[in-house]
Design a protein around this ligand. Structure first.
Ligand code: PMP
Length: 402
C-alpha cells in the first residue's frame, strides 16, 4: 500500500554529493569530492581526556536533559569569541545547535514562507539550498565580480527579498572571500531594509595568510543571523554548532528546535566546553591552518603541473575548496564517469546552483582529505581526462542520475 507523504517531502531530494561519497568507499578511489576534515586533524587525545574528566566530575549534568538553548557557559564562550571578532554578541543571543546544518534548517523554518524571495550566491552551498527548499522559497541568484556577490537589492528580482544567505569567508564551493569593501557595501545596502542577513561561517578560522575581514554581522546588529560550527576546527562527528541572532529570533529558533530535537547533546556540549576552556584551540588552529595550507599548496602545484592551459582556477586564501572552470562547451558531469574509471571523484559544479541555468563546465575539488601524494596522482588523472576531452565531452548522464 502506498502511503501518502506530505507535499513538503517532495522537496527532500538526494544530494549528489552524498551519492558520490558512497563511491569513495571503493578500493583505490581518491576522493576530492567531500569536504571532510582531514582525520589527522581530530584532537583525539584532548577529547579523550575531556571525556573522562567530564564523566568523572559532572556526569549528572552530562547525562541529563539540558536547556534547549544550550548550556550557559558554552553560550557565553561563543558570545565572547564573536565579540573578539567585532560582533556585539551576548550569551542570550546564542543558540547552540547540532551542527550549523541544523541552524540552516531552523532559519528556514522561522524565516521562510512559501514564495518568500531568498537571495543566494551563485554558486552556493548545496546543503543550504536543501535546508531551505522544503519551506518553499523562491531562490534568486546574486551576480558576482572579483570582490564577491553584488548587493543588487534594487534589481526587480531582488526587491522583495526576505533574506540573503551569504558565506563571506572561503565560500563552499568556490573558495572565494567577500572583500572588506564589498562587505561594507552589503551592510549599507541592507541597513534599514526588512531583509535578514544569514551569514554562514564554517570556514572563517581556516585561513592561511591572515584572518578574513570582520564578519558582516558586526556591521548589521539586530539584522543578522550568524552561523558557526565546531565541525571544521574540532570534528564534524561531534555535531556542534551555533546561531547568533537578535533575541526575538533566537526565541523562535529555540521553540523550533524544541519541536525537532529538544536540545543538543549535553555530553557533547560539556566535552567541547572542557577542551575549549583548556585552551586546545591555541594549538589546534595553527596546526590545522598549516595542514590545510600545505594541502592547498600541493593541489595548486599539481594543477600547474598537470592541467591543460584551457582549465582555470583561483587560489583560495583559506577553507577547503578549489573551483575549476573547464573551457566553454565542456561538461563536468559528463566527464565524471571518465574520472571514476581513473578512480578519482569530484563534484560537478551544477550541484551548487539554485536558480537560473547552471554552467556545465565547472567543478569543485576538495584538498582537505587526500594526502599530497594522492592529490598529485588524482590531479594527474584529471589532467589527462580534461586534456583528452576538451571539445567532445563523453555523454553518459546515467552515472550521475542524482
Ligand atoms: N555551511 C557550509 C557552508 C558548509 O560547508 C557546511 C558543511 N559542509 C555546513 C554549513 C554544515 O556543517 P555542520 O553542520 O557540520 O556544522
Amino acid at each position: 500500500m502506498a502511503l501518502t507523504l506530505s507535499q513538503r517531502s517532495a522537496h527532500y531530494t538526494a544530494s549528489p554529493i552524498r551519492e558520490l561519497l558512497k563511491l569513495t568507499d571503493q578500493p583505490g578511489m581518491i576522493s576530492l569530492a567531500g569536504g571532510l576534515p582531514a582525520p589527522e586533524s581530530f584532537p583525539v587525545q584532548a577529547l579523550r581526556a575531556a571525556c573522562i574528566d567530564v564523566l568523572d566530575t559532572q556526569a549528572q549534568g552530562a547525562l541529563q536533559y539540558g536547556p534547549s538553548e544550550g548550556i550557559a557557559p558554552l553560550r557565553e564562550w561563543v558570545a565572547a569569541q564573536l565579540r573578539a571578532q567585532g560582533v556585539a554578541a551576548q550569551a542570550d543571543e546564542v543558540l547552540i545547535t547540532s551542527g550549523s546544518q541544523q541552524g540552516l534548517d531552523l532559519v528556514g523554518r522561522v524565516l521562510i514562507d512559501p514564495g518568500s524571495t531568498v537571495l543566494v550566491e551563485r554558486p552556493t552551498y548545496l546543503g543550504a539550498l536543501q535546508a531551505f527548499a522544503p519551506y518553499g522559497p523562491c531562490f534568486a541568484d546574486l551576480d558576482d565580480d572579483a570582490q564577491g556577490a553584488l548587493p543588487t537589492l534594487n534589481a526587480p528580482a531582488h526587491r522583495d527579498a526576505r533574506m540573503v544567505y551569504l558565506q563571506p569567508n572561503f565560500r563552499n564551493p568556490t573558495g572565494q572571500t567577500l572583500t572588506a569593501a564589498r562587505r561594507a557595501q552589503w551592510a549599507q545596502a541592507l541597513r534599514g531594509r526588512p531583509i535578514a542577513l544569514v551569514e554562514d561561517n564554517p570556514y572563517g578560522d581556516l585561513w592561511f595568510d591572515g584572518p578574513p575581514p570582520v564578519p558582516l554581522a558586526a556591521q548589521l546588529p539586530g539584522q543578522s543571523i550568524l552561523l558557526g560550527t565546531f565541525s571544521k576546527m574540532l570534528s564534524p562527528g561531534l555535531r556542534l554548532g551555533y546561531v547568533h541572532a537578535p533575541p526575538e529570533v533566537i526565541a523562535k529558533l529555540t521553540l523550533a528546535r524544541q519541536a525537532a530535537d529538544l536540545q543538543t547533546s549535553s555530553l557533547t556540549q560539556r566535552l567541547v566546553l572542557k577542551v575549549l576552556e583548556g585552551g586546545l584551540l591555541d594549538a589546534q588552529l595553527p596546526r590545522i591552518r598549516a595542514l590545510y595550507r600545505s594541502q592547498r599548496d600541493a593541489m595548486l602545484a599539481a594543477l600547474e603541473r598537470h592541467m591543460p592551459s584551457c582549465v582555470r582556477w583561483e587560489t583560495p586564501q583559506g577553507g577547503m575548496f578549489i573551483w575549476l572552470s573547464l573551457p566553454e562547451g565542456a561538461d563536468a558531469t559528463a566527464l565524471l564517469p571518465l574520472a571514476l574509471q581513473r578512480k578519482v571523484v569530484y563534484v560537478p559544479g551544477t550541484a551548487f546552483y539554485a536558480a537560473g541555468t547552471a554552467p556545465r563546465n565547472t567543478l569543485r575539488l576538495s584538498y582537505a582529505t587526500a594526502t599530497p601524494e594522492q592529490i598529485d596522482t588524482a590531479i594527474a588523472h584529471l589532467g589527462d581526462v580534461f586534456s583528452q576531452n576538451q571539445t567532445h565531452p563523453h555523454h553518459d548522464p546515467s552515472v550521475l542520475a542524482a
